[in-house]
Design a protein around this ligand. Structure first.
Ligand code: ADP
Length: 545
């Protein structure tokens, strides 16, 4: 028996049209060099229509890819809304990839138009001649009205100022009805190994993911929220926060290029966001700043944090010293990205609740997860059996764009490359990425557990642990530690500190003190760089058993 329900396609156009009319008075506030600028969703809706008309004039009349090379700001939101809603495909280019990787992703996606922030013109101009399919560039944001376009024009591409292009267009557009399975947007993974891989989101997957983001078992976003995505809009769709906010009429606060702790705190104090989303390094930097400079973070009811393991010590410090509740989430570019979220079960006591907050969170409604052993055999979901995490669901990718990777996709499941357990309630605890696990004498040592324990030491700002080759044990942990300025700690003290929570054979026997842990393009610890630095003899290593 078929249902009697109407078969209306889920689409980002619906989110855009609803959010910018029913919630026309909500605002997107963007940080500037000396304060903020603000635009209502009503205006954003009209400007999105102008942008769609302008893109149509530049030849975008089908599923052409429109790239963005932009920070988090109002114009990027306009592109997020206009491009998919007109039937084209938004490709958010990660501006922090290596130059040759940017060239690779733009050519692989076959972008035809790219919208670039005026503040990014210099790096962009150097790359533009390598973009084979790009015919037009739109230059957006403060400064775009006067910036010298010469360096772009010398590439032979047509270059237009965004505001001039919008000014001559009508502020309505005949938004088409789009098949919900068609492509809406695409992101490339940051490519820790080999070339970046493209993930193409459908209208349906983005719509369902937006709804999930707003639900109470996840970020619980509503019209009275002001959402601050610190996570870049060029990485994993800023965790879907922009679409979720527009869908429910929550306002947005965009940090643009001011991502350091000091301007972020200023932005928070001025605009009073209720929800912020970012990787642990962002919140760690923020904590370091607010510990030293009394600041008011009281507007933030929830700090959504993920992208790498969120140390319990960081969560507790933000809660106990600054009243900011951190909620851990797990996901990947391949999973839209949010697939688990860390709200503790109802009825557990405070100690238990912290234990749950330390893990990656509960699998969200709509996503299925399992862990599998070496032969891909499903393991018990008992919180004890350790294996690789696999997921499937309507906002999980089933393939990469024009790129085979049979290792990642098995029997309809995405093989995540993350290692850990799932408990009977669906809480996922990750111990490592498969490639970061330290294999010592046939046993596995979790780099994440060691890092968490190290970062709980009051004088440790950051710590990353990697496996280094060892003749006897195959691999042993090397701890790379960043110490609070002015403090001195010895490996012996840190071993002593760890011995309360870590088995003796797992204690690192090689130590190095560094100024900062190298980070990837999206702010995660870059263990590849650390392993290479060790192999090249660039680290000052102390042996301390
Ligand atoms: P990249 O692979 O380039 O880092 P992604 O952002 O897609 O880009 O990374 C996804 C990976 O980030 C996951 O597979 C996982 O290893 C890690 N990750 C994300 N969230 C968490 C978390 N809460 N705890 C631990 N690891 C996480």
């Amino acid at each position: 028996m078929r249902s009697t329900m109407q078969d209306v396609p889920l689409g980002l156009g619906r989110i855009m049209q609803y959010g910018t009319t029913a919630h026309a008075e909500a605002v997107v506030v963007t940080a500037t060099a000396d304060g903020t600028r603000s635009r209502t969703y009503g205006e954003v809706g009209r400007r999105a229509a102008r942008l769609a008309n302008a893109l149509r004039r530049l030849g975008v009349d089908g599923d052409q890819r429109v790239g963005t090379f932009m920070w988090n700001n109002a114009e990027h939101l306009e592109a997020y809304l206009a491009v998919p809603s007109m039937g084209a495909v938004l490709h958010t280019i990660n501006i922090r990839l290596f130059p040759e990787q940017v060239t690779y992703v733009v050519n692989h996606a076959e972008d035809t138009v790219v919208i670039v922030d005026a503040s990014l013109l210099t790096p962009f101009a150097a790359l533009l001649p390598t973009f084979e399919t790009v015919t037009h560039v739109l230059v957006a944001g403060p400064g775009s009205e006067s910036v010298d376009l010469g360096p772009l024009e010398s590439s032979g591409k047509q270059v237009v100022r965004y505001e001039e292009a919008l000014a001559v267009e009508p502020d309505s557009f005949a938004w088409p009805e789009i098949d919900e399975r068609d492509a809406a947007a695409m992101c490339y993974t940051s490519g820790t190994t080999g070339n970046p891989k493209g993930v193409v989101y459908s209208h349906r997957s983005a719509y369902l993911h937006s709804m999930s983001m707003a639900m109470g078992d996840n970020a619980g976003i509503g019209p009275s929220d002001r959402v601050l995505p610190v996570v870049p809009m060029f990485h994993a769709n800023a965790w879907g926060l922009p679409y979720a906010a527009v869908l429910v009429g929550a306002s947005l606060v965009m940090p643009d290029r001011w991502l350091q702790a000091e301007p972020l705190v200023r932005l928070i104090e001025e605009t009073r966001p209720t929800l912020a989303g970012g990787v642990p390094t962002i919140f760690n930097d923020l904590l370091g700043w607010v510990d030293e400079h009394p600041s008011d973070l009281s507007s933030i009811r929830l700090a959504l944090c993920g992208g790498s393991a969120v140390p319990l010590a960081l969560q507790q410090a933000l809660w106990e010293r600054h009243g900011v509740r951190v909620q851990q989430a797990w996901g990947m570019t391949e999973t839209s990205p949010v697939a688990t979220s860390g709200i503790p079960p109802v009825g557990v006591d405070e100690d238990e609740a912290w234990r749950y907050r330390a893990c990656q969170g509960r699998v969200l409604g709509g996503v299925e997860a399992r862990i599998v052993g070496d032969q891909a055999e499903p393991l018990a979901q008992d919180g004890v059996a350790v294996g690789e995490l696999e997921v499937r669901g309507p906002w999980i990718t089933g393939a990469y764009y024009r790129d085979d990777d049979p290792e990642k996709f098995r029997d309809g499941w995405l093989h995540t490359g993350d290692v850990g357990t799932i408990d009977p309630r669906g809480y996922v605890t990750l111990t490592d990425r498969a490639k970061d696990v330290i294999k010592s004498g046939g046993e596995w040592i979790s780099s994440v557990d060691l890092e968490n324990a190290l970062m709980a030491h009051p004088d440790v700002v950051e710590a990353a642990v990697v496996g280094i080759p060892d003749e006897k044990w195959q691999e042993r942990p090397l701890a790379t530690v960043v110490v609070r300025p002015g403090a001195t700690v010895t490996p012996e003290e840190l071993r002593e500190h760890l011995s309360g929570s870590v088995a003796k054979w797992q204690l690192p026997d090689a130590w190095t003190f560094i100024e900062a842990v190298p980070r990837t393009s999206v702010g995660k610890f870059d263990k590849k760089v650390l392993r290479r630095a060790y192999a090249d003899g660039d680290l000052d290593v102390v042996r301390a058993p």
